[in-house]
Design a protein around this ligand. Sequence first.
Ligand SMILES: [Fe+2]
Length: 288
Amino acid sequence: MPYIKEFFDESTSTFSYIVYDKPHGTGAIIDPVLDYDYKSGTIQTVNADKLLEFVTKKKLTIEWILETHVHADHLSSAQYLKQKLNSNAKVAISKHIILLQKTFQKIFNLDFNTDGSDFDYLFEENEIFSIGSLSAQALFVPGHTPIDTAYKAENALFVGDSIFMPDVGTARCDFPHGNAEDLYNSIQKILSMPDDIILYMCHDYPHNRAVKYQSNIHEQKLYNIHVKDNITKEQFVSMRQTRDASLEMPALIYPSIQVNMRAGKFPQPEENSKMYLKIPLNLKFDKS
Ligand SMILES: [Fe+2]
């Protein structure tokens, strides 16, 4: 059974995780957050340092830094962690990152290699890998984005942005190459897994309760407001599209995508040694 420690970033409602085989053993960090204050353009590493503190306390060797997708609501601290861990930790994501890199390179007019090589490792669909002595698997769950991946470690499934807690529902599907029908199919794949699988959320957005990071398949089938048992694919797609049309863009979408599509790497400094992020004006996402 894996050991799992959750971390919550209140400002973006994001959960990061460390999953490991044993104290003094080997682990993976999932979806680490870099603190970014939009108003001042300031970056801090408070969240990432909490992960490092835990790694030190448990004397872990971090083998993987896993991204479930190119997040649009927070910046990834993968590169900071990799540098601090001074290890061979591999920053990894779905092989379909190449599709998003090509799309966003055009949107941001940036000069970088769109072959996925900013990442250390690209997963194939259903690829089996190990985290120390834990058996793990990369399961593609497209819909929110085309590259969303749920990582399974023994009976723990880190679902990324697909399904949320039952009273919150599911992830939006209106980013480039997002697709509500794909999300429905991905969620059915998750819900068809054995009942002993424990689901670990990527976010939680509760209204009248404390945040929760864990759910299970049984309660999702019974209570998830978007995908519970008697909701058809057609009903889901129609609900999702209507709801998505009413949602604002996430506050950090432009900074996040520029950094996260390159495994957490920042743009090259300009002649004055300063780094800048771009904001495209009057952009209309092509949702195809
Ligand atoms: Fe997301």
